[in-house]
Design a protein around this ligand. Structure first.
Ligand SMILES: [Zn+2]
Ligand SMILES: [Zn+2]
Length: 346
């Protein structure tokens, strides 16, 4: 079969690999859709300490079961499924407390296990053990289902930041994750959602699709002043940084309303992990700064439901559909910000 495999930083190949077979406790799928994201770009350029090459990339996975290994119950050939990306152990102190996103033993599809940029893929028993193989609801396409994984991550962040009725929400970063955050915040009853982005071109493309109440180009105006203006000086109730930018995190703290919640959704580059925070703003205004790390199996199921019910539409966010042989080109499209979501259809 054909796969897209990481060999070394800067060396990702479209090549042949032996077709895998489902062992005991495993399920084999025909991959129908595997979406790309900024993480794939990062891996292709810099590698990752959890990836021992060669490794098939791809972690936003949807497909169809073609074989079921010994001892697997409840699944049959032909079932349409979505696969979690981050796999918690299900047994540690955090997992047993229901906090699966912060499992210290977490492993991942496309990192520790062969990923979805392939014609066929084996769903490891570790995924099945934590109920991480999800039935795709009727009416949801494979491409839409592949976006459930990033949507699940956004859902985790908005749960932690308690985005809800009447909130003024700012999303910083207008990539696919930023677009999902805008839509999700609306579905949770946010009063207004403002989108902030440095690149005018990326901002316009995203704003055309997700229609924020204001689209603020941070290269043209001061986003803090703009948000204060839009909120009569109050600031925003929730600010979500969907960008790998320390400056965005600093701005987020400064544009928060009293008792505002700030979600650091996007991580920072490893060599620049520190920011400047006016701690007195946090103290006197009772601000809450909240991290967000991936999603749990339950978040993935809820994300599929949000898509199925139409609460969070994602079909129009998939701006590019490419065959497997063009996956490496897709990383370039993602990196240059020419697309919202690029999905690969092997
Ligand atoms: Zn991703
Ligand atoms: Zn665990």
């Amino acid at each position: 079969m054909k796969v897209v495999r990481f060999h070394a930083p800067g060396d990702v190949r479209f090549e042949d690999a032996p077709e895998p077979e489902a062992g005991a406790g495993e399920v084999k799928i025909r991959v129908r859709s595997c979406s790309t994201c900024g993480t794939d770009v990062k891996i292709s350029k810099f590698g990752h300490h959890h990836i021992h090459p060669p490794r098939v990339m791809g972690h936003e996975i949807a497909g169809e079961i073609v074989a079921v290994g010994d001892g697997v119950e409840g699944w049959t050939a032909g079932d349409r499924v979505q696969v979690i990306a981050a796999i918690p152990c299900g047994e540690c102190a955090e997992c047993t407390r229901g906090r699966m996103t912060i499992c210290p033993n977490q492993v991942s599809m496309g990192y520790h296990f062969e990923g979805g940029f392939a014609q066929f893929m084996v769903v490891p028993k570790e995924v099945l053990k934590v109920d991480g193989l999800n039935r795709i609801p009727d009416g949801v396409s494979f491409a839409e289902a592949s976006v459930a994984e990033p949507l699940a991550c956004a859902l985790n962040a908005q749960n932690l930041a308690r985005v809800g009725e009447g909130d003024d929400v700012v999303v910083i970063g207008s990539g696919p994750i930023g677009c999902l955050h805008v839509r999700l915040a609306r579905s949770r009853g946010a009063a207004r959602v403002f989108l902030v982005e440095l690149s005018r071109q990326r901002l316009d493309m995203a704003a055309n699709l997700v229609k924020p109440d204001a689209a603020i180009c941070a290269a043209e105006v001061d986003p803090i002043e703009e948000v204060l203006k839009l909120t009569d000086g109050r600031g925003a109730d929730v600010i979500i940084t969907a960008a790998a930018s320390g400056k965005a995190q600093e701005q987020a703290i400064q544009m928060a309303a009293r008792q505002g919640r700030i979600s650091f959704f996007g991580g920072l580059p490893k060599d620049q992990p520190t920011i400047t925070c006016d701690s007195n703003l946090v103290h006197y205004r009772e601000l809450m700064i909240i991290g967000a790390n991936g999603s749990s199996p339950a978040h993935n199921k809820q994300a599929l439901e949000l898509v199925a019910t139409g609460a969070v539409p994602v079909a129009d966010l998939i701006t590019h559909r490419l065959p497997l042989e063009q996956a490496i080109e897709a990383f370039g499209i993602v990196e240059r910000g020419e697309a919202i979501k690029v999905t690969i259809e092997p």
